[in-house]
Design a protein around this ligand. Structure first.
Ligand SMILES: [Zn+2]
Ligand SMILES: [Zn+2]
Length: 81
């Protein structure tokens, strides 16, 4: 499982919701030593399947920054095989 953005397979194409300029990718959150991160070192999100099962979907949390209005955001990139 690898992150397509970290591995250069796919560019991160997300626009700032305030000024619609493309966000700058500041890299994966895991590389930062942030003990207060709500995601923890191994990021994952929960998705509920139609069968009612709860699946853990591994994601790579990327930090985004808008150079135009200086806002920061985060994006969850689903890992690919
Ligand atoms: Zn990544
Ligand atoms: Zn912006």
């Amino acid at each position: 499982m690898l992150c397509p953005v970290c591995n250069g397979i796919r560019p991160l194409e997300l626009a700032c919701c305030y000024c619609l300029e493309p966000f700058v990718d500041c890299g994966p959150e895991q590389d930062l030593a942030d003990p207060y991160s709500p995601y923890g070192p191994a990021a994952s999100v929960f998705t509920d399947t139609p069968e009612g099962e709860r699946q853990v979907e591994p994601v790579c949390i990327h930090r985004l920054y808008c150079t135009v209005c200086s806002r920061s955001s985060k994006a969850s990139i689903p890992l690919e095989r």
